[in-house]
Design a protein around this ligand. Structure first.
Ligand code: AMP
Length: 997
């Protein structure tokens, strides 16, 4: 049984006093003021001080405990029991309370307040005087068992006083009141009696209070915990579950433990205000209009995020304003957003049939970070009026939709086709909006492109010596397929292959070995050239399986064939002269004498004037005048090296009688030619045959007497100059490059001296041999340049390679050696920039316009200033101011002799890459500022207006509209027009990436 420390409190002496015999003194006090009133966690079962009437306790024997009932000044009864039989022996005085219900408590506390007389202060009787008394209890379920035997009681404790009093104290009227508390438990019945046993002490039992302890109802973490009676013993904890307050839900079941002391311990779990409510005090209060709470886990109601609202109380989210949206997975705390505006500043870059599109992000992302882009490709009619979606044939790199970066490459477009690309910015809410999507569009026209590779090749029939193949047209022919080239070779013998041609999508290849695996690759050719080869297809010829009788006949058949062939040769006289270019080995003519017979070399020594073959009534006569006839048998064709307008170009060997065999190039006239085509084809030979110069391609002769008709020229190992330079980018010294240029200039000087105007001088028409000697070639008779893919129709109907051609030749067909000089300047630029395309991707129209406006190509990288100056001189608008080839040769010669003169490069600061330069006589300049640009337009007076309005750089100027122009103070219509026209040009340059900003 736990003992509480006893408390002693000094009290004022009673206001009224005892009789003389009175050894004790009763204390009076106002009960409500007294100590020991029930604490907040105590529930009284009995408090003798608050009982208004008779306490009803039983004392026995009769001379033992005596009740003294008084009232205090408020007439509140004071129930005091006293006993003081200290002088008599064997005292055993009992005072029994009435039945006290324990009200369900299993542990109760008894607080006793009493005074006790110090035995030492008593005169005599010391032998019997006691200073303690005993407290007992007896449990029962009802009041009936009042007759309890002494030995039925269970002792709670013997109570001693901490403070006893003497007569002195009485005199001082200072009473020493003792308070002792004892607890009892666990109780098992509904109630109990208490009994106080006096064995000879002098005691006044002033009050008896019986109570139990509870944990008082409380709120914790929005859960309500009811009053809870403490546990049965002093260390027990009673687990209690809380109930969530209104408008709250439990997160984890709220619990607390009620300790024996009536204190709440160890809170676990909690409740949270549900959506639309927030915690205030121990309650959940509703969110006010304009506020929301989306989750029980949020602590409080929040203001509606931007672009959203709510007019209701208790909102769990806010509605988006019109045209603003929220995705399912957008948090309710996020502002409502809207679809982005259109992307900006789209730029296209065309490369044959692919286009790279670049753009800037939209000005307004709609408030979201998840902006991606979608590209819609539309194929359009020439006038761009009718467009249809491109469909699945077009590929997008990296993809068509969901682009995170502001660039895409669109490939597999059709050649020479107008396309419109719409670029749309999309964000997470685009699909929720019914507002039409905003996009930026760009129109592009694709260039010429070679056909795509053939993908399907099938074997039709196989014999021991032949394989018949059939194939499907390329998926993207990109033009009309002129023919197919079939390359084949024995497996693992790739170095020795054979090429044949077919106009159909099938062929039978014969002359094959039996039981041999052959590899086939096929490619298609259009006017744009060859496409890529198909992958390698493997087919095997059948084995030889002749019956024995058939084998014995082979020699006979062979003999008959041989005889037949000889007869045929005698009759036609044309035996073996018509080997097709495609055969890897031409049979040699056995009769070399015949060769001599045809060896009519027509060379007119000392000829200085070119004779136009057109002046011949019969152009074939011209051929025979200027070109020698070669017997086809002298020619061995080895492989195809290129494609010409009239047929393929092959490399091979020429063995003229009495001479050493040497390599040649052989241009062939395709089968099925018209008479005009034959004339034009041979026309080139008629022209070439008139020239004899180390820098002009040398004609060996022609084959006109057998088929195919051929033109045989010296072989130029390194092929055409433009491809050669591209392949060897940056590989040559300046002197080597100047050497090549010198050669071309020298060849051109010869031609101009001969009175021949080339009209199509370009790096692609210069051939380079193994010694890096460059020679002018391509002397088409029809100078309408049908065969040059660069040639474009001008407004006057002619076909002209715009980028290489002088303005006067474009404008009014004034082709002269001076216009060849202009072209030579472009060739110089091509050479110094290693085959870069002049004017890059600018359209022909823009090139014409830019050149007409005075713009010129900028200096190539690392270009000696002297060479660039020479280029600029070649590009003088006035053709008479251009240098003559004679002068060009001498200038280049000087440079070669004095390489130091090539050391000075064009100043890096003035060399602005990708920028067309404005050509001034004797130099060039770029627009360094808006002021400079306006000056060039003679509009310098507006410089201040531009600057003050923030148009301080040319790139900003490109965005200027007519309205802006009026606003900044350019009032005169003529000035507006002039400036707007120039801005349009700036834009073109800017869009083509040609203007540095
Ligand atoms: P052309 O029809 O003259 O433009 O020739 C077509 C292509 O055949 C050229 O681009 C060259 O690659 C190649 N070619 C023409 N003639 C020769 C040659 N004499 N030596 C080497 N390759 C040549």
């Amino acid at each position: 049984m736990a003992q509480r420390p006893s408390e002693a409190a000094p009290l004022r002496a009673p206001l009224f006093c005892w009789t003389y015999s009175c050894l004790l003194c009763l204390l009076c006090w106002k009960p409500q003021e007294c100590e020991g009133a029930a604490g907040h966690n105590q529930v009284n079962l009995l408090d003798s001080r608050t009982v208004m009437g008779d306490l009803g306790w039983i004392a026995y024997p009769k001379n033992g405990w005596e009740e003294i009932s008084e009232v205090d000044e408020n007439y509140t009864p004071i129930h005091t029991y006293q006993v003081c039989n200290v002088m008599e022996q064997n005292q055993n005085n009992w005072l029994q309370t009435n039945w006290i219900s324990n009200e369900g408590a299993r542990r109760i506390f008894i607080e006793l307040k009493f005074t006790l007389r110090d035995c030492n202060s008593l005169p005599g009787g010391l032998g019997t005087c006691k200073e303690t008394f005993n407290v007992y209890h007896f449990e029962s379920n009802d009041e009936d068992g009042r007759n309890i035997r002494e030995n039925q009681y269970i002792k709670i404790d013997t109570i001693a006083a901490d403070e006893s009093f003497t007569e002195l104290d009485l005199g001082d009227r200072v009473m020493k009141l003792n308070t002792e508390v004892r607890d009892v438990g666990p109780l098992s019945k509904k109630g109990f009696y208490l009994a106080f046993q006096d064995v000879g002490a002098c005691i006044a039992l002033v009050s008896v209070r019986v109570y139990y302890k509870k944990c008082p109802s409380t709120f914790h973490n929005l859960a309500f915990f009811e009053d809870t009676i403490t546990g049965a013993d002093s260390s027990s904890l009673v687990e209690v579950q809380g109930t969530c307050v209104n408008n709250s839900i439990k997160d984890d079941t709220p619990k607390m433990y009620c300790s024996a002391d009536g204190e709440w311990l160890v809170p676990i779990g909690k409740c949270m205000c549900k959506e639309g409510y927030e915690e205030q005090g121990n309650k959940c209060q509703v969110c006010q209009p304009g506020f929301f709470k989306a989750s029980p886990y949020s602590l409080s109601c929040s203001k509606c995020p931007p672009y959203s609202y709510t007019y209701d109380k208790g909102s769990v989210f806010c509605h988006c304003m019109e045209n603003y949206f929220r995705r399912d997975n957008d948090p309710p705390s996020m502002a409502c957003t809207r679809p982005p505006s259109a992307p900006q500043n789209v730029i296209s870059n065309i490369n044959n049939t692919s286009v790279i599109l670049d753009w800037s992000p939209p000005a307004d992302g709609g408030g979201r970070k998840d902006v991606t882009y979608l590209v819609i490709c539309k194929r359009c009619s020439v006038d761009l009026i009718q467009c249809e979606e491109c469909g699945t044939g077009v590929r997008y790199i990296p993809q068509e939709a969901g682009l995170k970066n502001t660039t895409v490459m669109v490939v597999d477009l059709l050649a020479h086709t107008n396309y419109t690309f719409e670029i749309e910015a999309v964000n997470g809410v685009s699909e929720l909006s019914s507002i039409p999507r905003q996009f930026v569009s760009v129109n592009v026209t694709t260039n010429q492109a070679a056909p795509s590779p053939i993908t399907v090749v099938k074997k039709k029939m196989v014999t021991k010596n032949s394989i018949s193949l059939t194939w499907q047209k390329p998926n993207r022919p990109n033009g009309i397929i002129l023919e197919y080239e079939i390359k084949y070779f024995e497996k693992a013998q790739e170095t020795s292959y054979t090429i044949i041609k077919s106009k159909e999508t099938e062929i039978t290849v014969d002359g094959l070995k039996p039981t041999t695996v052959y590899i086939f690759q096929i490619r298609a050719r259009t006017a744009a050239g060859y496409g890529g080869y198909s992958r390698k297809f493997e087919f095997e010829t059948s084995p030889v399986s002749l019956p024995a009788s058939a084998q014995s006949q082979v020699p006979i058949i062979a003999v008959s064939v041989a005889v037949g062939m000889i007869l045929l040769a005698v009759v036609s006289g044309l035996l073996l002269s018509g080997r097709r270019c495609g055969y890897s080995k031409a049979k040699q003519d056995p009769d070399e004498d015949k060769m001599h017979f045809h060896n009519g070399h027509i060379k007119l020594p000392g000829i200085r004037t070119y004779i136009d073959p057109h002046t011949y009534e019969d152009p074939s006569q011209a051929v025979h005048e200027f070109a020698k006839e070669i017997d086809a048998s002298c020619i061995t064709i080895e492989r195809v090296i290129g494609a010409g307008e009239f047929g393929e170009v092959c490399s091979g060997r020429l063995k003229l009688p009495g001479k050493r065999e040497f390599p040649v190039a052989i241009k062939t006239l395709k089968v099925g030619y018209t008479e005009k085509q034959r004339r034009d084809f041979l026309g080139e030979a008629s022209i070439m045959g008139q020239f004899d110069h180390p820098n002009i391609i040398h004609l060996e002769g022609v084959v006109t007497k057998s088929k195919p008709v051929m033109i045989v020229t010296e072989y130029m190992e390194n092929g055409s100059l433009d491809t050669f330079l591209k392949k060897n980018d940056g590989q040559f010294t300046v002197i080597q490059l100047v050497g090549m240029l010198r050669g071309i200039a020298s060849g051109m000087r010869y031609l101009s001296d001969m009175g021949y105007v080339h009209r199509d001088l370009a790096a692609r028409n210069i051939l380079v041999n193994s010694n890096l000697v460059s020679k002018v070639s391509d002397f088409g008779l029809s100078r309408v340049l049908e065969d040059d893919p660069e040639a474009a129709y001008t407004t006057r109907g002619g076909k002209i390679p715009i980028r290489w051609t002088a303005p006067e030749a474009i404008a009014y067909r004034k082709f002269t050696s001076a216009s060849d000089v202009w072209s030579y300047g472009i060739v110089m630029w091509e050479v110094m920039s290693y085959g870069e395309r002049p004017y890059w991707e600018m359209t022909n129209q823009d090139v014409i316009k830019a050149v007409e406006e005075g713009y010129r190509l900028p200096t190539p990288m690392d270009c000696p200033a002297a060479l660039y100056q020479l280029m600029l001189d070649c590009w003088q608008k006035d053709r008479n101011s251009r240098p003559k080839f004679e002068e060009i040769v001498s200038i280049l010669d000087k440079m070669i002799r004095n390489p130091c003169s090539l050391k000075t490069l064009v100043n890096a600061s003035t060399r602005v890459s990708n920028l067309l330069v404005e050509h001034n006589t004797g130099g060039f300049s770029v627009y360094q500022s808006v002021g400079e640009w306006l000056e060039s337009l003679k509009m310098g007076r507006y410089t201040e207006n531009f600057n003050e309005s923030g148009y301080t750089s040319l790139d900003i100027v490109t965005k200027l509209t007519l309205e802006d122009l009026k606003r900044i103070g350019v009032g005169l219509a003529g000035h507006q027009k002039k400036i707007m026209n120039s801005i349009q040009e700036l834009r073109v340059q800017f869009m083509n990436g040609m203007m540095s900003v």
